[in-house]
Design a protein around this ligand. Structure first.
Ligand SMILES: *Cc1c(COP(=O)(O)O)cnc(C)c1O
Length: 401
């Protein structure tokens, strides 16, 4: 019991937490809307948004009230029993999508685990168990999702990974068509690769994936854990494309900050039998009540349309940084945006934004800055964030020169 009063929170963490996160050196204690406050009382403009999670910003009263009411009523009973919030959430997701059934998890990676198991179950009768995924993808940190993640830095320390995954290059339709064979049970894709650096897939590539899956009877599964729940200006990112998948995974934004994930499937893909899959806490009344409140506010405040409008504004403002030579490219859709820099200064720019400008943004690699603001972000906050980012890029480019 020594010294919690004299040591900083990062010092205390370093002593007791596994050292697996390269954390930013601030401790956040409160938030409201697009703003968060640290222990010292400094207010930051938050364009990370809990990593694409806080679609309603921080402390939205609809989520706070739903959580308080559900917490005072029933938090958890397990999936041995029916609960109304879980059924209502499944109904709400089915009603607004081409999917017929839902399965709820506690996280994104678990939603992908469920999708991988579903694909194997679906392919079992015809002896198909292989999954085709993409180089540069990110599907989560558990072993199945990691086996589907096409980035050596995440995979290599944890070999051997589960077998039955192969990878093709993003947007290489010919390679994808060649990789999908009789033994393929699914193609798993992010419509816009997120952790891989905000790289959208071409419509032509998605169409090729759809028809390759149909050719062999495999499932097209989209990982919309980052792109879903309005982030790109539509509820699902695939709604911008001509393609409808057989299944989709969502998580991050679904419950406005409370842990949840979901696998949504069309009836023809709903291959699970009783006993095939399960979770103790997944879809519990607390997380489902938060998700129902989040979906209600997305509609009532027209936040999906707002994500499209604010996203266009953000892309245009960032385009000015490109015109002025501070960046080379703007990628993404809606409020999922990547800004590419000519030189590897993304980490320095993130630090300058945080320390000098009180703006939170995230680097996905040495040359990519990612912006994922809450969907409640105002036009004024977008302009303010880009002004701050411009100064941070300017000072980072002088420091790295
Ligand atoms: C964040 C993310 C995941 C993993 O979600 P967790 O909740 O961190 O397990 C999987 N896929 C994509 C596309 C993601 O962005």
């Amino acid at each position: 019991m020594t010294g919690s009063a004299t040591r900083t929170t990062p010092e205390r963490e370093a002593a007791v937490h596994l050292q697996t996160y390269a954390r930013q050196p601030i401790t956040l204690v409160a938030g409201r809307g697009c703003w968060v406050r640290d222990e010292a009382g400094r207010e930051y403009l938050d364009f990370v948004g809990g990593l694409a999670v806080n679609v309603l910003g921080h402390a939205h009263p609809a989520v706070t009230d739903a959580l308080a009411a559900q917490a005072a009523t029933l938090v958890q009973v397990s999936n041995l029993y029916y609960t109304r919030p879980q059924v209502e959430l499944a109904e709400a997701l089915v009603a607004r999508s081409p999917f017929d059934r839902a399965f709820f998890t506690n996280s994104g990676t678990e939603a992908n685990e469920a999708a991988i198991k579903l694909a194997r179950r679906h392919g079992r009768e015809r002896g198909a168990g292989e999954i085709v995924a993409l180089e540069g993808s990110f599907h989560g940190r558990t072993l199945g999702s990691l086996a589907a993640t096409g980035q050596p830095k995440y995979r290599e320390p944890f070999a051997p990974l589960p077998p039955g995954f192969r990878f093709v290059a993003r947007n290489d339709a010919a390679a994808l068509e060649a990789a999908v064979e009789e033994r393929t049970c699914a193609v798993l894709l992010e419509p816009i690769q997120g952790e891989g650096g905000v790289h959208p897939l071409d419509d032509a590539f998605l169409i090729a994936a759809r028809s390759a899956c149909e050719r062999v009877g495999a499932l097209l599964i989209l990982d919309e854990i980052q792109t879903g729940i309005g982030r790109t200006g539509r509820f699902f990112a695939f709604e911008h494309t001509p393609v409808i998948p057989d299944a989709v995974t969502v998580a991050k934004g679904l419950a406005g900050g409370v842990p949840i994930g979901a696998l949504l499937v069309r009836e023809a893909a709903a291959a699970f039998q009783v006993g095939d899959h399960g979770t103790t806490l997944g879809g519990n009344p607390l997380s489902c009540a938060a998700a129902l409140a989040t979906l209600r506010v997305l509609d009532d405040e027209r936040l999906i349309e707002a994500a499209a409008d604010r996203g266009a504004q953000l892309a245009a403002a960032l385009g000015e940084l490109v015109n002025d030579g501070l960046a080379t490219e703007v990628r993404g859709r809606g409020l999922m945006v990547g800004l590419e820099t000519a030189r590897p200064l993304a980490r320095e720019a993130v630090a300058a934004a945080r320390d000098d400008e009180a703006l939170l943004v995230n680097a996905t690699g040495p040359t990519t800055i990612r912006l994922l603001p809450p969907l409640v972000v105002s036009a004024g906050e977008i302009d303010e964030a880009v002004r701050r980012l411009r100064r941070a890029l300017d000072s980072a480019s002088r420091a790295v020169a």
